[in-house]
Write a new protein. Structure first.
Ligand code: 5GP
Length: 131
């Protein structure tokens, strides 16, 4: 069971943003920018491009809805999207609010994000999510 499956199962806490029957979204614990969100399929697959066409299409549609909620909740020009997957072997999309290109720099991290602000941000995004 991956760490993300444990999060989805509620065994590890997270700042949840959205969920449907197949996908789950929550704040990245080590955000590169406020509002940095991960979108994951509930079914475990390591490499995102091993998902079949239907699964990857549905994941994109879910990620689009989450990005729309982020855009409404967090002041930004656009929401950027990235796939790395080098750390956690459970396919996921990073959604990151952008004001400028540097906001997508994975070497930059928010310093000591407070639980209060993470909670506030996850609730703000969640309240804008239209499932
Ligand atoms: P990647 O696999 O895309 O290279 O990176 C995995 C991402 O997952 C990282 O940005 C990391 O901060 C995030 N991450 C790793 N473990 C956890 C966790 O337990 N909870 C949350 N919310 N995010 C995590």
């Amino acid at each position: 069971m991956t760490i993300f499956s444990k999060i989805i199962a509620g065994e590890i806490p997270c700042y949840k943003v959205a969920e449907d029957d197949k996908f789950f979204a929550f704040l990245d614990i080590n955000p590169v920018n406020w509002g940095h969100t991960l979108v994951v399929p509930k079914q475990e697959t390591d490499y995102i491009f091993d998902l079949d066409d239907k699964q990857i299409g549905e994941m994109m549609v879910f990620a689009k809805k989450v990005a729309e909620a982020i855009k409404k909740a967090i002041p930004c020009r656009k929401v950027g999207m990235a796939v790395l997957g080098l750390e956690v072997p459970h396919a996921h999309i990073h959604l990151i609010p952008l004001q400028k290109e540097g906001d997508m720099d994975f070497k930059h991290k928010v310093e000591n994000p407070s639980p209060e602000k993470m909670k506030e941000i996850s609730e703000a995004i969640s309240s804008q999510f239209k499932g």
